[in-house]
Design a protein around this ligand. Structure first.
Ligand SMILES: Cc1cc2nc3c(=O)[nH]c(=O)nc-3n(C[C@H](O)[C@H](O)[C@H](O)COP(=O)(O)OP(=O)(O)OC[C@H]3O[C@@H](n4cnc5c(N)ncnc54)[C@H](O)[C@@H]3O)c2cc1C
Length: 473
């Protein structure tokens, strides 16, 4: 691949900073550092960026109204939220301003709403307010009748969970960053003031390392020191309903959260579907997020209890993601000045929102402990293709040419564009996330052969990879 060969020749030179892990957090950190003028490299062991936790989430841009008060998570979420609002138009990234309704379905849950409201205001999300039940049902006419009480959270929005981190990475590349995929960091040692990182693609020299390895964060941390945190992946399964179901909910419908999880959400996706999930199941396996029938059934039943008309809606897909949860509630972000290492671990369930804020925070640590760079000053703004169902798509534009994926209306030229450029799709999952080909009702049954042929002709490695792996539909 173009990006690989460009990068291979740089392995003899030392970078100012190397980010390990191309999830949404690593991509945003890379952007912050590269746009501040540092020579930066991203090492990702998967065939493409977003091969880990970041490939399957709920895609909500959270306000942090319910984050632990005063936590680093809260700080990074609010900074990330604000920065996304500031930059998304310049990057042509979509935003769907749905707002959310947090609904209590029992008297016991209703008793918790005043505390949630108080916490939201402590967290400076001051527009959160109670909604009278008549208004709730007027706004969401398909809601089951037994709702007891609700809060309106106007600032909770939906975004495209893959185009955003891809845009951050492309912007970093436009500012000189390099990205190596299929480059697993295997070990590292400090030699003459530099880290020598041994990867599956050879050695990379760097002055500073930022560990953003998600579900492998504690294992990568052990390269530098005994890890102060241990990752236990927390699986979240989802059911994706057909686009016809999206008429059933205009807001994001949130449950009353508990200590461990935000609970089962019903939300549209920016791609036009309706989503019910996630579950919260601890597991040891750091890579595989298996789907199980019983969990999906119980999600479906939970969805139907809240939106009875969902019972008639067909399911398009199912998927699961793994949250990089540690034994700590808060993010584990720390600079180790002597070791020339920054740890970014345990970014459990809010990393999509917080990623840009984490990037700012890491840049602050770099300035404080390692190298005075000043602020991020982006001068190049990649223009992202729009995949949102709520915004004009390529097939609606003049001269778009033939469709390849009819379910998701993906054009041939969209697929061709995703197979070239500074960071072409690195595997079929990456191609799917860049175009939505194969993500629709038939799940690739009709277009997969054509997509694979186009990918193969473009030199994409398709061997040994799940042909069209899943993710947020
Ligand atoms: C079910 C679910 C729902 C969620 N909903 C939301 C939501 O609505 N809103 C929100 O803001 N957040 C949400 N999140 C949280 C968000 O998805 C995560 O916080 C975020 O994806 C974590 O990103 P990361 O970059 O830390 O980890 P990852 O995405 O896992 O990235 C780490 C990367 O490091 C790579 N790697 C690991 N080891 C090595 C190595 N040795 N060498 C090189 N590379 C390596 C991995 O391949 C991986 O790509 C949700 C998460 C889940 C699972």
């Amino acid at each position: 691949m173009q990006a690989h060969s460009q990068n291979a020749q740089r392995t003899k030179e030392a970078y100012d900073v190397t980010v390990i892990g191309g999830g949404v957090v690593g991509c945003a950190v890379l952007r912050a550092l590269a746009c501040a003028g540092l020579s930066a490299c991203l090492l990702e062991k998967g065939g493409d960026i977003l091969s880990g936790a970041s490939k399957g989430n709920s895609a909500i841009l959270h306000t942090a109204f319910d984050a632990p008060v005063g936590s680093l998570e809260w700080q990074c979420m609010q900074a990330g939220y604000q920065e996304y609002l500031q930059i998304h138009e310049a990057l042509n990234l979509p935003l769907l301003k749905t707002g959310a309704l947090l609904i209590a379905w029992s008297d016991e849950e209703a008793q918790k709403l005043p505390d949630i409201l108080h916490k939201a205001h402590q967290n400076r999300v001051t527009d959160v307010a109670p909604v009278p039940l008549e208004q709730l049902h007027a706004q969401e006419p398909h809601l089951a009748a037994h709702a007891k009480a609700a809060l309106h959270v106007p600032g909770e929005y939906l975004i495209d969970p893959w185009s955003a981190p891809l845009a951050y990475t492309l912007q970093a590349i436009a500012h000189g960053a390099e990205v190596m995929r299929r480059a697993e960091v295997l070990s590292g040692e400090r030699v003459d003031g530099h880290w020598h990182l041994q990867t599956s693609q050879g050695m990379v020299r760097t002055r500073l390392v930022v560990n953003c390895a998600g579900n492998y964060g504690d294992l990568v941390e052990a390269i530098c020191r005994p890890s102060p945190f241990a990752i236990t992946p927390r699986k979240g399964q989802f059911v994706v309903y057909d686009k016809t179901a999206s008429r059933l909910a205009s807001h994001i419908l949130l449950p009353v959260p508990n200590d461990r999880t935000k609970g089962v959400v019903i939300t549209r996706t920016i791609f036009g579907n309706l989503l019910v999930g996630p579950t919260a199941e601890d597991q040891q396996d750091r890579t595989t997020a298996a789907i199980d029938e019983a969990a999906l059934q119980s999600l479906h039943q939970a969805g139907v209890r809240m939106l009875p008309a969902l019972a008639q809606e067909p399911v398009t897909a199912t998927y699961a993601g793994l949250r990089p949860a540690s034994q700590f509630k808060d993010y584990q972000i720390e600079a180790l000045p002597t070791e020339h290492w920054i740890t970014v671990g345990g970014i459990r369930s809010t990393g999509l929102t917080a990623s840009l804020g984490i990037g700012q925070h890491v840049l602050g640590l770099v300035n404080q402990h390692f190298q005075a760079t000043g602020e991020t000053r982006p001068t190049h703004w990649p223009h992202m293709p729009v995949l949102s169902d709520y915004h004009p798509r390529d097939f609606q534009c003049k001269g778009s040419g033939p469709l390849v994926c009819h379910c998701e209306s993906v054009t041939r030229r969209e697929i061709e564009a995703a197979l070239e450029g500074p960071l072409p799709a690195g595997d079929l999952g990456g191609l799917k996330r860049r175009t939505r080909a194969g993500m629709g009702r038939c799940q690739g049954f009709y277009c997969q052969a054509n997509v694979v042929e186009m990918a193969t002709q473009a030199g994409l490695r398709v061997d040994g990879i799940d042909a069209m792996p899943g993710g947020n539909a």
